[in-house]
Design a protein around this ligand. Structure first.
Ligand SMILES: Nc1nc2c(ncn2[C@@H]2O[C@H](COP(=O)(O)OP(=O)(O)OP(=O)(O)O)[C@@H](O)[C@H]2O)c(=O)[nH]1
Ligand SMILES: [Mg+2]
Length: 218
């Protein structure tokens, strides 16, 4: 087991971040579970890699960030945003978390396009604050509503927009439903595997063999 990696789950409010973590770690989330808005929480878990080893990961659950305000709505809402006491903005989140995590899970709700806009901005702000420091990033489309429950179909579905964006950004895109624990495995195994890559074997034994054979030739 390597060192404990730190992974932050983030996204807009009510995208099901806590349900995803609770379900992955404890498997106790049902439709009747009462989940309160998060201030900040953490979970420590042993997560299996694709090689079968178990790695310790510390997951930070964060408060949902506020919706992204489009320029058209900005003037109208700027006063309200400036004066709200609770809530987290994308830039404040990025400043706080840019240097204290090895990985980020960006969550959006597949039925609410604005939640994906928020993910796009979060990633941009984190990149700006992290400069060239590498971090593992994954984006997760959370199917909170089934297709029949979605009242209006947006011009471009958030899921296909997220797929294109994730390809451009070279980050992996997953689709999950927190009520179905089996949909979460692939993402958590991927995260544990990427954060704990196979260590390269030392080349020292090969070097010593070369030295021996050179000696016998003389
Ligand atoms: N149908 C369905 N609803 C879900 C699912 N996951 C979460 N929900 C609903 O979404 C609500 C919000 O879930 P949370 O996990 O608290 O969302 P959050 O993103 O952690 O919210 P904040 O902590 O306020 O940012 C829950 O109370 C559930 O009712 C899911 O997989 N399916
Ligand atoms: Mg939460």
């Amino acid at each position: 087991m390597g060192k404990t990696a730190r992974v932050v789950i983030c996204g807009m409010k009510n995208t099901g971040k806590t349900c995803i973590l609770e379900q992955a770690v404890f498997g106790n989330v049902t439709k009747d579970s009462i989940i309160y808005p998060t201030i900040e929480d953490s979970y420590i878990a042993l997560v299996e890699t694709d090689r079968g080893s178990k790695e310790k990961i510390l997951f930070y659950d964060t408060a949902g960030v506020e919706p992204v305000v489009s320029p058209a709505r900005e003037l109208k809402q700027s006063y309200a945003l400036e004066h709200q006491s609770s809530g987290n903005s994308c830039s404040a989140f990025a400043r706080h978390w840019a240097h204290s995590a090895d990985g980020y899970i960006f969550v959006y709700d597949t039925s609410r396009p604005e939640t994906l806009d928020c993910v796009l901005l979060l990633k941009k702000e984190l990149d700006k604050n992290r400069e060239r420091k590498e971090a593992l990033m994954v984006v997760v489309g959370h199917h909170i509503k089934s297709q029949s429950e979605v009242s209006s179909i947006p011009l471009e579905s958030p899921t296909s927009k997220a797929t294109h964006w994730s390809i451009r950004e070279k980050i992996k895109h997953f689709e999950v439903n927190a009520y179905d624990r089996s949909t979460l495995y692939e993402m958590f195994i991927y995260i544990a595997s990427k954060l704990n890559p196979v260590q390269n074997k030392s080349t020292f034994p090969q070097l010593s063999m070369v030295r021996k054979s050179t000696k016998s030739e003389n």
